[in-house]
Design a protein around this ligand. Structure first.
Ligand code: MG
Length: 379
């Protein structure tokens, strides 16, 4: 029986992780969860999964829940609560399903407590990838990708030596605006941006998909997870989201992982790795019915966020911390109707060009840069 700590239980990846846990009651137990302010869903999750430790964002919510559930469950709140869920003594594996670089400290806590980490929180790797990867190495802790592209690469790399890898090919659906020209992006609404053609996801990642920043963040995530150079990571537009990513080997053999677009598959693989459990109710991939798959070259001018991500990644140091923090603030402001869609990339570009990066930053330096960008860019 694997005991799981889940950070971000009420979000899109969080609820789909609970779907997987629900499917295999003899294999998985939810021992601890952390969520934000969605008290109603949190309450239902506590009733169904009976975790021993729960953390919420606000102290008053922790108090309310403690009053309802009594002493059999421990209730905590805030950043410290998040860290406690991440390092909970009974857990074997931590699923980091929260959004944003707020996931950094709990991810490091989980690693220091020697928990395996199923990593769904890409912003943490973008903001401070070198710290997370070196802590994982030091503590001999596996980082298992949950992001569908990285799970695909992880599977396609299985058992192969790194020196045999020529490049990774990350596929990108193109998001909700893939068929629009740059001129047509002027004046698009939040509602239009939130309508993703293939995947059902949280608001932040759906907007990131529309700007293509999601793929940019994923290139940086791949760099850290698989230890390759940016020159070895390419992006290919593939609108059906059936091929989740590929690895090209030095002998020109290309290994791809395919499947219907359903996040529960990579989530489950992260939880069962190196085993595979049958998903009997799951729809099969029917290639004959699909008939065709399409591919297109990535256009770095059309999708300027993609270019910014590569540039920030290559510059290194705190440059990707800035990329991530500026993007988080800009997306939040777009969702609140304060800025236009195209202003997202303009804000990020300006923040990057104003920043002098610190090479090999410490945790304190990362946190200081992250906080100062957020403060600067908040309206
Ligand atoms: Mg992805």
């Amino acid at each position: 029986m694997k005991q799981i700590s889940l950070l971000g239980s009420t979000g899109s990846i969080g609820t789909q992780t609970l779907d997987v846990i629900r499917d295999y009651p003899d294999q998985f137990t939810l021992s601890a969860l952390a969520c934000g302010t969605n008290l109603e869903l949190c309450r239902n999750q506590i009733k169904e999964f009976q975790p021993k430790l729960v953390s919420v964002q606000r102290p008053e919510d922790a108090q309310t829940l403690a009053g309802e559930f009594g002493d059999s469950i421990e209730f905590l709140y805030g950043e410290e609560g998040l860290n406690e869920v991440a390092r909970y003594s009974e857990s074997d594996i931590v699923v980091t399903a929260i959004t944003g670089s707020i996931g950094l400290l709990p991810t490091l806590s989980a690693i220091k407590a020697k928990k395996a980490v199923a990593i769904a929180n890409k912003e943490t790797l973008v903001s401070a990838g070198h710290l997370v990867v070196s802590a994982a190495k030091e503590n001999d802790v596996p980082l298992i990708p949950v992001d569908s592209e990285h799970s695909a690469i992880f599977q396609a790399l299985n058992g192969e030596p790194k020196k045999a890898v020529d490049r990774l090919i990350l596929t990108a659906s193109g998001g909700s605006f893939r068929d629009k020209s740059r001129a047509e992006l002027d004046g698009v609404t939040v509602e239009q941006a939130l309508a993703h053609p293939n995947w059902s996801m949280g608001a932040k990642v759906t907007i990131d998909s529309a700007t293509m920043m999601n793929k940019g963040l994923e290139v940086i995530e791949a760099k850290w997870l698989f230890g390759l150079d940016y020159d070895q990571i390419d992006v290919l537009i593939h609108k059906e989201s059936i091929i989740h990513s590929m690895v090209e080997y030095v002998d020109r053999s290309v290994i791809a992982q395919l499947g219907t677009p359903d996040m529960r598959v990579p989530i489950q693989y992260a939880l069962t790795y190196p085993e595979r459990f049958a998903r009997p109710k799951h729809e099969r991939l029917d290639l004959a019915e699909l008939g065709k798959l399409h591919f297109e070259k990535m256009d770095m001018e059309r999708f300027r966020c993609m270019k910014l991500a590569y540039e920030a990644g290559r510059a290194g140091g705190t440059m990707t911390t800035v990329l991530n923090a500026a993007n988080e603030v800009a997306v939040c402001r777009f969702l609140q109707g304060e800025i236009t869609f195209l202003e997202i990339e303009r804000i990020i570009e300006e923040a990057l060009s104003a920043h002098s990066p610190i090479a090999h930053p410490s945790l304190e330096e990362i946190q200081a840069v992250d906080a100062s960008i957020r403060k600067q860019l908040q309206a």
